[in-house]
Design a protein. Sequence first.
Length: 378
Amino acid sequence: MPAGAETDDVYAALVAELARIALPTTIMAITLAAVGLFIAQVLGHAFLFAAVAVGLLASACKLALIVLQMRRLARGPLARKEARRWEWGQILTTIGVASSVGALVGTVFAQPRMDLQMLATGLLFGYCSGVVTHLSVRPFIAAGALLLAALPAIVSAAWGGGMSHGILATMFSLFLVGALQSVLSAHRTAIRQIRLRLDMAALARSDALTGLANRLGLRGAFDGLSATGNDSVAIHCFDLDGFKPVNDRFGHAAGDALLQELGARLRLLLAAPALAARIGGDEFVVLQPGVRHVEEAETLARRIVHALGAPYQLGTQTVTVGLSLGFACAPSASADLDDLLREADAASYAVKRRGGGVAAGGLGGAREQERRAGTMRV
């Protein structure tokens, strides 16, 4: 993948970074109000008062947007479509602030007042440095803000006449080019850092050998399920019968190869949001959300047994292992992962003792209609 490529999760993480600029946004709003209103009062231009008002309104909207986005991020990461909507909010508010700064400094550099030009220069450089530092995660937003803020000053200074104004316009132009280059560099660095962070998080939730989820990944997937609706969630637990003899006869490398092939079969068998996890040496769990009838869980259990019970080709050797599988279901709105794991695990051990078959039965009492467990062995 190219170094600057943005996958959906990287893009969402970059947009999330736009919500972490409350302090610089507040500082810029205060500075714009102080400098802008002073310049507008000195020059007596109604246009400048309007420009400052637009900038302050856009700043207030940006701060409100940041607060709302931070609240949303507290509930979990953004999907790409949702991230795009938040990004548009940042685009529009940034346009408002940058246009205000550009109108203000552009007007000032058309005036002969050097003291006002010094204030405008400070305002412009402060804003542009903030853009480079905090908006570079979305380079087209940062580049647009830099151009809107700086180009009016460059044009106004160039047309202002005199050698000093020409030098100033040239300096502003060179600084603008440097700022745009810094934006691109900062964006590439941000992508590398975010991708590394996401990769580390994914590794923490994954089993290194099979590529399936681990206990942490299983917990995260379960906790992320929607608790609404009338459907149920099923947990399937199974381990491998005859796995130890494979290790003893062919070596641990063959056992690892078998587990890797088993993981690959599970990934082909399951479709999101179903998820498979390896929670021990030869112990596996399958999370099956969206179950409308317990028969759907039993059907998936049969498919798992059929797919994983087929022979495995390990080099020149063909081996077969058996499965002892138990499953448990509960309504999504009240399901508890630990309870489901205990019930499914108990069902898998029960079927080991019985020697095979498939069964589903209630747990009795008030929970009889809410929860069913099944067992399967091959």
